[in-house]
Design a protein around this ligand. Structure first.
Ligand code: SAM
Ligand code: SF4
Ligand code: SF4
Length: 367
């Protein structure tokens, strides 16, 4: 499915570009949306392609050889991505995450990282620059990524059982290579490494405790993610979701846990630490405990559409502004208006009907 595109216009003055309503900007210059939520994170999808076919994300039946991936000219260039990220930084963004698709498939991704690593937050600090990857190319690329200025990585790994993992990625990719990637990331100091496990009932939920035990004491942080109804092609059903509370209960029964404070307001993962001091885990409960009220994330799609919610079906066409020669101030005003009008809270009001509705695919908008 291609995204519906929302053209960026000034409704008050046709033909003119938007202005940010004065009330949307806090005294410290940062933006807040219509529900008072700050703009803190920008997730940037740098490719809609992937070398895996995870059954919950890019099932083979839909993402086959005839799937209409974006042609290269449609993608934001590295210069366009960096310029957009700089404008977001001026609006208060402090964290950038590259994602996709599989971000390490984008040619010369190190060059983009080097460009983004030069950006500063409003406070003049370096950006928190990170990346989510399936780990398949990490062993090969960790050093170059670090040298380019990447700070941390999140690696997706759904099971330590090779048979289950190969079936979930559906391209017969072995666990061993992802573990090698995690080890390379650790050796290069891309730490703490976070490990994302999407939990699907009856598929890999019986491996939750094993996953926690394997990484306990390693310094890595495993985050268990509830299977979500993103996109329109993964056949999501509520019955396939294992609530995070159940995951915590199972791990706690073997390895006692204590709830931990968030690192910052709007952090998606609920943090738990092991009572014996050997590290922490997280749970991301988008389905059973929606966190929309503190959602501070904007998403930039591979072709430069700005999405204000993971579950949106339409994005705002920033690329059109960038390519029409508008100034940074004009693009900043457009972003400001979009964020100031944001009311999204999909997960809080999810219904069976909304879960079944057509939404944009996660591989395009970025996880
Ligand atoms: N290819 C990279 C990877 O897999 O890490 C980055 C993109 S992927 C879309 C980002 C994250 O979204 C991954 O951790 C993936 O497991 C998660 N994800 C994808 N589909 C999901 C779904 N239906 N429910 C929950 N998480 C999902
Ligand atoms: Fe690819 Fe990541 Fe989606 Fe798996 S979750 S298909 S690795 S984009
Ligand atoms: Fe944020 Fe949308 Fe997810 Fe709610 S449903 S937490 S608004 S991305």
């Amino acid at each position: 499915m291609t995204a519906r595109v929302i053209p960026i216009v000034n409704r008050a003055v046709p033909g003119a570009l938007p202005r940010i309503p004065r009330g949307a900007v806090a005294p410290d210059g940062r933006l807040a949306d219509a529900r008072g939520r700050r703009l803190h994170d920008l997730r940037i999808s740098i490719t809609d392609r992937c070398n895996f076919r995870c059954t919950y994300c890019m099932p083979k039946s839909v993402f086959d050889k005839d799937y209409p991936y974006l042609p290269h000219a449609e993608l934001l260039s590295f210069e366009e991505i960096t310029r957009t990220a700089r404008i977001f930084a001026a609006h208060g963004v402090e964290k950038l995450r590259l994602t996709g698709g599989e971000p390490l498939l984008r040619k010369n991704v190190e060059d983009l990282i080097a460009m983004l690593a030069g950006l500063k937050t409003r406070a003049g600090e370096p950006m928190d620059l990170t990346l989510t990857t399936n780990g398949s190319l990490l062993a090969r690329k960790a050093r170059a990524l670090r040298q380019a200025g990447l700070r941390r990585v999140t690696v997706s790994l759904d099971s330590l059982d090779d048979t289950v993992f190969r079936a979930m990625n559906d391209v017969d990719f072995p666990v061993r290579s992802v573990l090698d990637g995690i080890a390379a990331a650790q050796a290069e100091g891309l730490t703490p490494v976070k490990i994302n496990m999407v939990v699907k009932k009856g598929v890999n939920d019986h491996h939750v405790v094993r996953m926690a035990r394997h990484f306990k004491g390693s310094g890595h942080i495993v985050r268990f993610i509830e299977f979500m109804d993103v996109g329109s092609s993964n056949g999501w059903r509520m019955d396939d979701v294992v609530p995070s509370a159940e995951i915590i209960r199972r791990i706690h029964a073997e390895m006692p846990l204590i709830e931990h404070d968030p690192n910052y307001t709007g952090e998606v993962a609920e943090r738990w630490r092991y009572a014996d001091g050997t590290g922490e885990i997280g749970v991301i409960s988008s389905v059973t405990q929606a966190f929309c009220s503190t959602c501070t994330r904007a998403r930039l799609s591979t072709e430069g559409k700005l999405f204000t919610c993971l579950f949106a079906d339409a994005g705002h066409d920033l690329r059109a502004l960038l390519r029409a020669g508008h100034s940074d101030d004009e693009v900043a005003a457009a972003i400001g208006l979009i964020w100031s009008e944001r009311t999204d809270r999909y997960s809080e009001i999810r219904t069976a009907a909304s879960a079944a509705a057509r939404k944009i695919e996660m591989s395009y908008i970025g996880g």
